[in-house]
Write a protein that binds this ligand. Structure first.
Ligand code: API
Length: 299
C-alpha cells in the first residue's frame, strides 16, 4: 500500500551569513536523524545550510522551547549562537509564541533570547567553562604557558607548525588562536587538523582572531562538522572571552566576521551576544524522497 509522502515545512534563514534550515517540530511530527540532516544541508543535493535548527517542546520546566542543532555533517551539537537569534525570530514569525524574551533549552541548560526594537536579537549564551575537561580536551603532558588569566596550549600539528590555543566551552567546544591578519591566517591548513585532532574528544570549532583594538576584533572560524563559515556566534563569544582573559580586550567587543558584525559583552560571568537574524524563504520538502535520492547520489 502506497504510503503518503512525509512533507516537512521549513524556513531558510541566516545570522550574519551563517545559514540555517529552521524546522518547526512543535506543529509537525519531525524525527531528525544524522542522515536526514546531511541530506537537507547538502549544498547541491539538498536545500543547503551550515546547520539544521529544530524547534521542539521543552522538557526543562522553565523553558519555552527546546533548541536542537545539527551540523551539515549530521552531528547533533550543544549550541549555535547565530542560530539562536534565528530561532527566536522564527518562533515569533511562525506565531509559536509571542513571549519576548524567550527561554530555550540547550544541552547544558537555558539560554535567553530577546528580539530588540531595532530588529537585532540579543542572546544570553548560558554557561561558559574554561577547564579543558569541559570540551573535552586532553591537555596531559602538553607544553603550555600562562597569558594573564589564560592558559595557552602549544599543540604540535603534523606538517603545519605548532598552534598556541586557548580552549573553552560555550556549551560547545572552541579553540581560539591569535593571528596578525585573518586574511592570511592558515585557516584551511590548520583548521581541519585542529578540528579533528585526537586530543579533542568530540572534535572542536577553531577560531582565528585578529585584534584591531581593545574593543574590536576580526574573526574567521573553521567550524566543527561544517568547515569555514561566514560567521560563528559561539566562536565570536569564545574569541572575546579568551581575549578578555588574556588582558587584550575590554567588553563590549565588536566582532567583524565575513558575514557581518556581532557585539559580544562579557562580565566574567554572563556572556551576551547581539546581532542580526534574517529570514530568506520558506518551503516544503518530501524528506524520504530527498534522503533516497541523496543516498543514491552520494554513494
Ligand atoms: N559547528 C558548531 C555548531 C554551530 C555553531 C555556530 N554556527 C554558531 O553560530 O555558534 C559545533 O559543532 O559546535
Amino acid at each position: 500500500m502506497h504510503q503518503a509522502p512525509m512533507i516537512w515545512q521549513f524556513t531558510k534563514m541566516h545570522g550574519a551569513g551563517n545559514d540555517f534550515i529552521v524546522i518547526d517540530g512543535v506543529s509537525q511530527p519531525i524525527e531528525m536523524t544524522p542522515e536526514r540532516a546531511r541530506a537537507l544541508a547538502h549544498r547541491q543535493l539538498g536545500i543547503g545550510a551550515d546547520q539544521i535548527l529544530l524547534v521542539e517542546n521543552p522538557s526543562h520546566p522553565e523553558a519555552d522551547f527546546r533548541y536542537r542543532i545539527f551540523n551539515a555533517d549530521g552531528s547533533e551539537v550543544e549550541h549555535c549562537g547565530n542560530g539562536a537569534r534565528c530561532f527566536v525570530r522564527f518562533i515569533h514569525e511562525q506565531r509559536l509564541s509571542r513571549r519576548n524574551p524567550l527561554k530555550a533549552e540547550i544541552a547544558t541548560g537555558l539560554i535567553i533570547l530577546e528580539e530588540k526594537e531595532n530588529n537585532s536579537v540579543t542572546v544570553d549564551m548560558g554557561l561558559t567553562r574554561f577547564d579543558p575537561a569541559a570540551l573535552p580536551f586532553d591537555a596531559e603532558d602538553l607544553s603550555h604557558c600562562q597569558a594573564h588569566e589564560e592558559t595557552l596550549w602549544n599543540l604540535p600539528l603534523p606538517n603545519a607548525g605548532t598552534a598556541a590555543l586557548s580552549v573553552l566551552a560555550i556549551s560547545n567546544p572552541h579553540a581560539v588562536l591569535l593571528v596578525d591578519n585573518i586574511d592570511t591566517a592558515p585557516v584551511a591548513e590548520q583548521g581541519p587538523l585542529i578540528e579533528s585532532h585526537p586530543r579533542f574528544g568530540n572534535r572542536v570549532n577553531v577560531g582565528f582572531m585578529q585584534i584591531i583594538n581593545r574593543n574590536q576584533i576580526r574573526l574567521r572560524v573553521y567550524e566543527r562538522g561544517v568547515g569555514e563559515t561566514l560567521s560563528c556566534g559561539t566562536g565570536a563569544c569564545a574569541a572575546v572571552a579568551t581575549g578578555i582573559r588574556r588582558g587584550l580586550l575590554d567588553s563590549p567587543v565588536n566582532v567583524q566576521t565575513r558575514g557581518g558584525q556581532l557585539t559580544v559583552e562579557w562580565d566574567g560571568t554572563r556572556l551576551q551576544m547581539t546581532g542580526p537574524a534574517t529570514t530568506v524563504f520558506s518551503g516544503q520538502v518530501d524528506i524520504d524522497k530527498l534522503v533516497k535520492d541523496f543516498c543514491l547520489q552520494d554513494e
